[in-house]
Design a protein around this ligand. Structure first.
Ligand code: SHN
Ligand code: NAI
Length: 199
């Protein structure tokens, strides 16, 4: 089993979610929030969701870029997976029958962290999320912003990406920058970077 984490831009992607229970709705919301076009396959019509009856399932699976299978009905789940052929499929009920997994996720500003236990323990994934959250502090968040600032600046100043890498590591290890960021002073750190780059 070779799972690798990938961050996928789902804006405008077509997602078919089979089911209308708690898990199906949770998955659907996640994708809608991220800008995807989501259709739920269920004979129950749900408020706030675009639902299609199950006898149209084949058509909507064909339409979809990604298929999410999330009912407790094993037979129905298998049928949908077969219809999806080589598409990207998430099986909420049986990980290895699909090829994409939904991890436990949290974000702090633009830092996004996902935890996955290869289906062994979603509960532990959820727990570890809280544990890892507490390791990331304000200084790290500001350092992402500062690195972004410096990266953009030096893109135009240095042609060689190895040279750029060296500079970014230097900034990362700079004592003064560390102090500024510890004090929550991003602007001062940026000004200091400006000065260093002028030399
Ligand atoms: C394979 C996977 C599906 C996939 O990839 O789509 C999957 C499968 C299953 N989960 C089950 C149960 C639970 N799932 C949760 C919670 C979450 N489950 C999520 C992901 C995944 N769950 C994927 C693997 C992720 C990994 O391996 O790390 C999270 C991270 C994301 C999300 O769902 O949005 C979300 C936490 C969100 C957060 O961080 O807050 C809890 C805890 C709770 O609800 O509090 C429980 C009860 C306790 C427990 O079982 O651990 C069962 C039923 C088992 C049974 O029948 O008893 C199955 C099916 C099976 O395993 O057979
Ligand atoms: N990934 C995860 O986080 C979790 C996954 N699961 C898995 O996901 C499955 C779904 O879980 P829940 O959403 O909690 O179930 P649920 O019991 O809340 O939802 C069941 C819904 O599925 C639909 N459904 C049931 N049989 C159907 C059928 N024959 N045809 C069409 N729709 C049908 C119904 O609309 C029903 O409302 C579970 O069987 C379990 O294997 C369960 C808990 C968490």
């Amino acid at each position: 089993m070779a799972w690798i984490p990938i961050f996928l831009n789902v804006t405008g992607k077509k997602i078919f979610v089979l089911g209308s229970g708690e898990v199906a709705r949770r998955r659907a919301k996640k994708f809608i929030k991220a800008g995807a076009e989501v259709i739920l396959g269920s004979n129950k019509s749900l408020r706030n969701f675009n639902t299609k009856p199950l006898h149209e399932m084949e058509k909507w699976i064909k339409w979809a870029d990604i298929v999410i299978v999330a009912t407790p009905d094993k037979y129905l789940n298998e049928k949908a997976t077969k219809l999806a052929k080589n598409k990207l499929v998430n099986r909420a009920d049986d990980l290895i029958k699909g090829n994409i997994a939904i991890p436990s996720v949290f974000s702090i500003n633009d830092i996004q962290i996902s935890i996955f236990t290869k289906g062994k323990s979603p509960l532990m994934a959820k727990y570890l999320k809280e544990k890892i959250k507490s390791c990331i502090n304000e200084e790290d968040v500001l350092n992402v912003e500062l690195q972004n600032y410096a990266r953009k600046k030096i893109k135009n100043l240095f042609n060689d990406h190895r040279e750029r890498k060296k500079i970014l590591y230097k900034l990362f290890n700079d004592k003064k920058i560390k102090e500024y960021l510890k004090d929550g002073n991003l602007e001062k750190a940026k000004n200091y970077v400006d000065k260093l780059l002028q030399r």
